[in-house]
Every structure is written in structure tokens, then in C-alpha cells.
Ligand binder design. Sequence first.
Ligand SMILES: C[S@@+](CC[C@H](N)C(=O)[O-])C[C@H]1O[C@@H](n2cnc3c(N)ncnc32)[C@H](O)[C@@H]1O
Length: 258
Amino acid sequence: MDKRQIGASFGRAAERYDTAAALQRRIGDRLLERLPKSGDEPFTILEVGAGTGFCTARLAAIGARVIALDLAEPMLRQLRRTVSTPVLSLCGDAESLPLRGNSVDMIFSNLTLQWCLDLDVLFSGFQRVLKPGGSVLYSSFGSDTLKELRSAWAQVDDASHVNLFFDQTTVQRAMHRARLSEPAVESELLQVRYSSVLQLMRELKGLGAHNVTLGRPRGLTGRNKLQRVVGAYERMMPRGIVAATFEVLYGMARKNGQ
Ligand SMILES: C[S@@+](CC[C@H](N)C(=O)[O-])C[C@H]1O[C@@H](n2cnc3c(N)ncnc32)[C@H](O)[C@@H]1O
């Protein structure tokens, strides 16, 4: 993946992101349900890939001090417009966290880890900035995500058209290597219906979730090729209903110590 492309793509999508992000909000709600109850003491949460602030507002509402980090400044501009509670917003990269060591009680992240390049770098950064006893809670997409779209494209050409996602075991092992304790990753398969294959493609574009693999084709996709992909996708769908698989990974771990 190309990191500059990722930031630029989410930056361009920032203003219309919320209209396309129903699935992201649904998964965010499920992740928020897994939050441990915080005590009375000040509780600092670093939210990685905060986007337009859907989870940020809810984290602030439980009384936490929230640091909202995102690679794309336009996303943070939207966040500052929509989140009424004061939170600290920070433009930066999850793989090079601009924070002191042992400084946060929790790292929370909804659907951002799939955009990171190196899980070892990412999780050792988490280990560094967490206070002893602190915890990590995140969701990400797993390797079965968008498998129908990947397979439809594979019937049409050899280029890489759909992003690749880490599988559950790879993610769990990376947490382990970073010495995060009690690492656990749960997987859940969701089927989302679309009115057409083109609607699915439009929605991915609206989210800023472009194909950022280095083997992506350059230039526009011709109408003829697009029709062949749509045809290949529709042939895989029983009863003519267009659906896409999303494998959601929910990960959690702690940093040793008190
Ligand atoms: C799918 S959006 C999710 C946003 C938000 N968490 C939500 O639930 O709506 C992914 C977000 O991660 C950000 N992002 C991608 N790669 C990142 C990185 N390496 N570091 C920080 N943020 C990143 C994007 O700019 C985008 O705002």
C-alpha cells in the first residue's frame, strides 16, 4: 500500500464520509459495547484513525480525555465541526505515534488498522505509549472482506483492484510479538446487501477506501471492463441479490504492569 495515497484519499472523502459510513458506525457501536467500565480517575484514550469523530464523541461522553489521531487533516477538520465536547485532535500516523511513552490508558481504534503497512511497527508503538496496565481495543477488516469483488476482478484481469487485508492469525501473532499480553482477536462475518455492484463500488469510493495496493492499475477503468466485472459479480450472486462479505476482526490486549 502507498501511505501518501491513503492520507490523500481519506482527505478527499472527508466531507461526504458520513453519508457512506453506515457500516463503519454499526461496527463502531459494537466495538464501543466492549469498552471496560472506567473508574473515577482521569482516563486518557488515544483514538487511532478517529475519522469524522463518530466514536470520538461517544468516548468523550463517558468522561474520558480523548486524543483523536488521524492521518488526514480534513478528517480532523470534520471531527472538530461535529464533536461538541473538547478533544485534542492530532494529525499523525498510527505507525509513528507522536506521543510520549507510558502516556495513555487505552488505545481505541475503529476500522483503521487495515490501512497500516507493518503490524510489528504499529503494535510496538501501541506498547510504547500505553501506560502499564493499559489496554488496546480495536476493530479491523479481515482477509475475507470484499472477497466477491476481488474474485470478480480476477475473472477480468490480473491487476490488483481490491485492497488486501490481514488475516486473524497474522494480527494475533503480531500483537504477541509486540509483547502485548492476553492478545485476543475475534472474527465476525457480515453480509451487506447493495442495490447493485456499482452501488457497492460507489460506496467504497465515498468512504475514501480506494484501492491503494502498489499493483493497482493506473488510469481510468474503461466502461467495457467495468461491465465485465459487474457481470462476473452478478453471476456469483444466487437469486440476483447483490451482497458483499465483510470480515470484522475485534482485537483486544493489555500492557503488562499496574
Ligand atoms: C475507515 S475510516 C474510520 C474512521 C472512524 N474510526 C470511523 O469509525 O468512522 C479510517 C480512518 O483511518 C485514517 N487512517 C488511515 N491510515 C492511518 C494511519 N496510518 N494513521 C492514522 N490514521 C489513519 C483515515 O484517514 C480514516 O480517517
